[in-house]
Design a protein around this ligand. Structure first.
Ligand code: HEC
Ligand code: HEC
Ligand code: HEC
Ligand code: HEC
Ligand code: HEC
Length: 304
């Protein structure tokens, strides 16, 4: 009797196994073709070896507009995705701005002897990701011609351009486009315990907490520009000229110590109502919200 059951059990298992082997092949794919083409359009492959930075389009799939209205919305369901706001900011346009390109070309006309140095300088802040990729690869210069065929450079001051800046003792004393980037595929943000899985999987980057991202010193490398001076024939005179010093104007104002306001306080003000999750930028318009439909604890404290 017991043996009969054993035989029956083996036969049944065999039938089930064979069935799954053949019938399994006709199972429907987990994702529909529409879903797969959506993923392909919105999520690019993670960074390849030899790449240091990601283009902002790679961030759009999760940090952009959610057609279902679930992610990147405030408590009233209003879309507050940060990608769309960043996209129309001056920083997003800093490397494609025709006025900027015209000014660089004009500087070259006036100063042909220093053409390569000029272009390399101007692209430091206006096209940082292209400039620094070239620099890390040992290229001595990064020019308008290099930029014209480089989507990373053309993305301007994009997501990775700010979030890749790492903290160091010298941050806040680095100006004129000296950007201390983390080249180990880490991006810094204000969440103390970010959900790391989705970004590691889809963009090959690890989001990590660091308080410096909320401090003015993160803006200092690009918001003070001190250039070397040359005479009318283009020969360096050994002195420097302060072209703009927004960061120093700020340091010497009442804002840092009396008002306790950072650049972010005014230019990236927090939302008044909770959202998934908050951070708005006043002038530069990029509003930062968290992603993947998580209601952060930080949200509540930030909005008070
Ligand atoms: C240290 C970073 C840095 C470097 C290097 C730099 N810029 Fe800028 N540039 C800025 C910032 C920041 C602004 C915005 C200033 C503001 O709005 O007050 C700006 C604005 C401009 C604008 C105005 C753009 C507009 O449409 O309003 C032009 C033109 C410009 N830069 C040209 C140049 C040229 C040419 C060079 C190279 C000689 C250069 N920049 C190098 C940071 C830099
Ligand atoms: C697959 C989805 C996905 C993609 C693509 C994606 N992110 Fe994220 N990102 C997330 C999630 C999820 C979090 C964590 C949110 C949370 O914990 O509430 C996050 C958090 C962040 C943070 C905050 C980290 C912190 O500790 O505060 C930054 C900065 C960030 N992402 C930048 C980027 C950049 C830059 C790109 C493009 C190169 C990108 N993300 C692409 C899903 C994504
Ligand atoms: C107390 C609030 C406050 C703080 C702090 C502050 N800003 Fe501003 N900032 C403003 C306002 C207001 C304007 C002028 C806007 C206008 O003219 O329409 C401005 C203008 C600017 C501009 C020129 C904008 C343009 O369109 O040309 C830049 C660049 C800038 N700030 C960068 C910074 C940086 C970098 C810091 C930190 C070092 C900083 N700001 C700190 C409020 C602030
Ligand atoms: C990688 C360099 C870089 C970093 C880092 C950077 N900026 Fe900028 N920023 C620029 C450049 C370049 C422009 C000018 C773009 C143009 O006019 O073409 C600019 C323009 C601006 C403007 C004026 C344009 C507008 O949209 O109103 C504001 C405000 C500003 N930045 C604020 C900040 C703040 C706040 C931070 C720090 C959180 C910061 N920036 C960090 C390079 C940078
Ligand atoms: C000019 C620099 C700058 C650029 C460009 C920028 N960010 Fe941010 N971002 C910041 C700063 C600074 C904070 C933290 C602000 C704070 O603590 O108040 C932040 C916060 C965030 C956060 C966490 C806060 C939240 O509410 O979600 C995410 C996620 C994020 N950024 C993603 C992005 C993405 C994606 C892009 C490109 C579309 C981008 N950032 C472009 C400077 C920048």
């Amino acid at each position: 009797m017991k043996n009969k059951f054993t035989v029956l059990f083996i036969v049944l298992t065999l039938i089930l196994f064979l069935r799954s082997a053949f019938v399994g092949k006709t199972h429907e794919a987990f994702h529909s073709p529409e879903e797969i083409s959506f993923f392909k359009a919105h999520f690019m492959p993670p960074l390849d070896s030899g790449q240091y930075f990601s283009i902002p389009q790679n961030c759009k799939g999760c940090h952009g507009f959610d057609s279902l209205g679930l992610a990147n919305v405030d408590a009233n369901g209003m879309d507050v995705n940060l990608y769309d706001d960043w996209e129309t900011s001056m920083m997003a346009l800093s490397a494609v701005d025709p006025f900027w390109k015209a000014k660089v070309s004009h500087e070259i006309l006036v100063n042909p002897a220093n053409s390569l140095e000029l272009q390399t300088l101007c692209t430091k802040c206006h096209a940082p990701l292209g400039h620094y990729t070239a620099f890390y690869k040992g290229q001595p210069h990064y020019t308008l011609a290099d930029l014209s065929i480089d989507s990373l450079g053309k993305s301007g001051v994009s997501c990775h351009g700010c979030h890749g800046v790492k903290d160091s003792a010298s941050l806040g004393s680095l100006f004129t486009g000296h950007l201390p980037y983390d080249t180990n595929r880490v991006v810094y943000g204000p969440f103390t315990t970010p959900m790391v899985g989705p970004m590691q999987l889809y963009v090959g980057l690890t989001p990590a907490y660091s308080p410096h991202i909320s401090e003015s010193k993160t803006c200092s490398p690009c918001h003070t520009l001190i250039s070397n001076t040359v005479d009318l024939s283009g020969v360096p005179t050994g002195t420097t000229f302060v072209e703009q010093a927004t960061y120093h104007e700020y340091l010497n104002s009442d804002y840092p110590l009396v008002e306790m306001a950072t650049c972010q306080t005014c230019h990236m003000p927090k939302l008044k109502i909770p959202s998934r999750s908050p951070m708005a930028i006043l002038r530069f318009q990029a509003e930062h919200r968290s992603t993947c439909i998580r209601f952060r604890e930080q949200t509540i404290s930030w909005c008070n």
